[in-house]
Design a protein around this ligand. Structure first.
Ligand SMILES: Nc1nc2c(ncn2[C@@H]2O[C@H](COP(=O)(O)OP(=O)(O)OP(=O)(O)O)[C@@H](O)[C@H]2O)c(=O)[nH]1
Ligand SMILES: [Mg+2]
Length: 261
């Protein structure tokens, strides 16, 4: 289980902050984001990064930790944008795994089918050691499911020690990704490692950058396609975070993500 995350300072320089009257002219919109990727790549940790709470269970075990779809809800942009994050079981596990690959794929297919046109963004989480051809397998699977209907962005985790900057991962590997046949609507080079009060300033700063990078992608690809300016400071409030257990999620959205055990 990850620890509670510290509050970080927010650099509002590059963000537009809607004032009360601007806010009152917009109706709330919802953005549904599905996280997928191999086991242990940091999908659940990413949930904890953006919600700033230890909402999702994470594990350092080599076998899968998230065994079913969980939905987490939070608000951004002065509560104008409601984000629903769907955490899914890791792909790529063998038959002995917690959720064998075929079952994990089926969970994703069921989720995609249930949400239909209401999927706004797919986040493909990969661990940023170096680009591997194997990444294409999961990419290809999800691309075959959604074609060009839904934007897919790449989230590269594990970059807390990338030098000189986390972004350098993309400079080194971006071209390789397209050589392997993958194209992404956007990307974020991040660390989703748990950070506590005792963490060094550099790690805290990278954690903070990671939060903003992921939120920017969500904002960019939300349902209305980024017509509004970038993130506002008030998103830090996150005042509507709640975890929806699967049973509620089923009732809530009318889908079933369970699989035979
Ligand atoms: N060093 C490092 N560790 C990370 C990072 N993100 C996650 N971890 C660790 O990697 C392990 C797996 O993270 P999870 O978030 O549980 O991974 P997951 O993709 O949800 O895994 P499944 O639920 O099994 O599919 C945990 O021990 C995390 O603390 C990161 O950016 N850097
Ligand atoms: Mg998980």
């Amino acid at each position: 289980m990850s620890l509670a995350l510290p509050q970080h300072n927010f650099d509002a320089k590059s963000f537009h902050v809607p004032n009360q009257s601007e806010a009152s002219h917009h109706t709330e919109e919802t953005c549904n984001v599905i996280l997928f990727g191999e086991t242990g790549t940091g999908k659940s940790s990413l949930i904890n990064l953006v919600t700033k709470k230890p909402m999702a269970r994470t594990s350092y075990e080599s076998t899968g930790c998230t065994t079913t779809t969980n939905m987490y809800e939070f608000s951004m942009l002065n509560n104008l944008l409601k984000v629903k994050l769907f955490d899914t079981p890791g792909l790529g596990e063998g038959d002995e795994g917690e959720v064998p690959d075929k079952e994990a794929q089926q969970v994703l297919k069921d989720l995609l089918r249930s949400l239909g046109d209401d999927v706004h963004l797919l986040m493909y989480c990969v661990r940023g050691v170096r680009a591997r051809r194997a990444l294409y397998r999961n990419y290809n699977f999800i691309r075959s499911q959604v074609k060009d209907r839904v934007p897919i962005v790449l989230i590269v985790t594990g970059l807390e020690n990338q030098e000189p900057d986390m972004e350098d991962w993309w400079k080194i590997n971006g071209q390789l990704m397209s050589n392997f046949g993958m194209s992404f609507a956007g990307y974020a080079c991040v660390t989703t490692v748990t950070v506590d009060e005792d963490a060094g300033n550099r790690l805290k700063r990278r954690h903070d950058q990671s939060y903003h990078a992921v939120c920017r992608l969500i904002e960019q690809y939300r349902s209305n396609g980024g017509q509004r300016p970038l993130l506002d400071a008030a998103e830090m409030q996150h005042n509507t975070i709640r975890q929806v257990p699967l049973t509620m999620a089923v009732r809530y959205s009318g889908f079933s993500c369970s699989y035979p055990r």
